[in-house]
Design a protein around this ligand. Sequence first.
Ligand SMILES: [Zn+2]
Length: 616
Amino acid sequence: MKIRAISSAIILLLFLFFWSGMDVFAQSGSTPDYDLIIRNGKVFDGSLSQELKADIAVKDGIIVNVAKSVRGTAAKVINAKGLVVAPGFIDLHTHVDSGMYFPENRACLNYLKQGVTSVVVGQCGRSAWPVFEKAEDLITTWTEEGIGPNAALLVGHGQVRELVMGMEDREPTPEELEEMKNLVKEAMEQGACGLSTGLEYLPGSYGLTDEIIELVKVIAPYGGIYHTHMRNEGERLIEAVKEAIEISEGSGAPVHISHFKAVGKPNWGLVKEACAVIEEARARGIKVTADQYPFRFSSGYPYRSLIPGSAWLGIGGIEEEEGEEEVERLSSSDIDEIFDFLRDHQLIALYKKITPFIPISERHQEYLDTLPRKELIRVVGRSLISAGIFQGPGSARERMLFVERMKDPAEAARIREKIKEYIDNMAGSENILVGICVERELEGRSLKHVAAIKRKSVEDIAIELELMGARCIPLRMCEEDIEYIMKKEYVGTGSDGTAPFFGIGLTHIRSYCTFLHKIKKYGLERKTVSLPHIIRSQTSLPARIMNWDDRGWIKEGYKADIVVLDLENIKIRTSISNPHAYSGGVKYLLVNGELVLDDGEWTGKLSGQVIRLKNP
Ligand SMILES: [Zn+2]
């Protein structure tokens, strides 16, 4: 039986081979052999091997032939002579789902133009609930209306916790835990690929290790992956990595560390120890992987103020380092005053950042109103500042008041001292760049440099820039760490970017250039790692991490997600003050066999699919 099957397969193949050689049929109007052939490209298949000159034939969304020379005809032939051909890039960590809620952003052009054909969404504990009541609703919408890149959904722990427990800082009761587990299970049944946590965000941070283990246990039998924005990325990085590993061990699911890095100058270099912890766990057979974005600054930078909020307003109390005393002092002040303060100063923005899908509801306001005042200051005030949302007063009156306060020498000295501390803690004046500024020539220069040019102290320059509305970019990660992490064979690429409305607002440049920037800067210019290493980190490695066995490779039988890239002409056009600019260099892009970029231009196709896990 087997032999018969094989021999008939051989006959069929021989027939196809000879038939495909007869171009004359195709030219006379008969059906071409393939939908598309990419000829003469320098193929990087997703492995660490060097390029291979090959042709690739695609039919019905699948790579059906990879050979030195593919014979036969195709409806479309791409001549890729001199171009790199690789599996489409897979972004392990994005927040494009909130942007993709809007049909006009559903193509995610900013990602397609980087060569990205798949994204993983529902990250950092936030997922598409409760705007969509169920994972299924979102999947249905995207399937019916189409999406640019393929998308895999995670269910967010923070979101699930909030649905069941609100914003309460306590352990769940057994019933509540059961309810959370059921919600996670439901999402997995409906097509989620795993669970994400945002253990630095509210209310994710209220979830203790055991709670997370219990929830991750639910996804394990489905082959789900636990993605974590860890509890700490600064001075307690090692502890946080150990917790991530403990959760994997306790639940039986692989753990994937999101945007792996060490934040804050005093913590630079900690990644070496963190990697050692990861490698020790991997040697014990635990599946631990990570992703990174190749930039020294994180999100939120367009909002960063050069002056701490406490210095602006003359209340010193809500920074962590100020200690309990200040909290006490504020706690005993008039509750209405505190409410007014928090309300006036973008509490709304905080909530939008933490739960972008949730409109501010009565429920949130009620919750805030019931918080004990001490908690309110601790939780909300600190979050505002640490999230970098607290910008300092924007109104002219508040600015005037600030200037008036600076006229008192004692007060001015106190404010300067605060600013100095703030700048040192953030990254140091040599590592804080001027982001957006009316004096355009100062943009991109360090605070230290600007102070030197203007012959003023760093603190005075910070005040001057702040008063003219400038924003800064603290370089809170260091280049050595980025390169150290990048070399690891278990680290993939995750942009952490969004799908913004083109041209509106400020956004991190990573949303527009992560994948090509990594190739250009670290592969071609600095040669930190080889080109195959980078391509692997954004193709076959993420596919393996996500448990996909039909994407991430240029191989026969794999889905035809393919990028054709002009390596010599990669153009990074996005910049800090003008972030909305698409990258150039991707000549052709196929998503599920459909041409979505043709000669660099979007064809209007939305051929991405929602990726579900294979049956457990
Ligand atoms: Zn995150």
